[in-house]
Design a binder for this molecule. Sequence first.
Ligand code: PAN
Ligand code: ZN
Length: 188
Amino acid sequence: MNSQLPQLFKENILQGTTIVQKQTYLKDLKGFFYHEAERELLLQNQLVYEVDAYFPVSAGTEGGLFFGVTRLQPGMVGNEYFMTRGHFHAIANRAEYYWTIEGHGQLILMNHEREICIEEMQPGSLHYIPGHMAHRVANTGNSLLSFGACWPADAGYDYTTIESEGFSARLCKVNGLPVLLTDEQQAL
Ligand code: PAN
Ligand code: ZN
């Protein structure tokens, strides 16, 4: 059996020869924010978040685990905080852990009935995301929000449900505080 070189998770950075990086820019988030016209006015090459991930087994391997670190920039589109796309897992019952490394934000969770709730993210907070829950993170602070994640290698991603239907509410800044607002409430 070949032994693997260990990856490093050091000074809050995931390092190693097999780390895969993915960046998401404002231009990749067309239609995600309520104020789409305001997103278009912003610098399209502005980085919103990046993920460093370690995939020790192939995607789809039953029983395997993936590990990732997401760095979400502070920023706003209109009254809405910078956020991740958000997704259900393709195998919907697959759960996941998130934990906050630095910064402040909210984890937004929504079930298939479109019931929604939020959990406050602050350094050290640990979040168990049950299966069948869409999950998205918004950075509500003025600094980088960095969080770790661990999820099953066969979970996969269902991005299309959120792309087409969105979450049932958005995290918006109201009188300086994060508040969940439905699109109907925004329109008032
Ligand atoms: C995370 C997310 C990561 C980026 O690793 O993939 O935070 O968010 P989006 O995938 O929604 O763009 C995870 O939940 N993996 O399953
Ligand atoms: Zn996930």
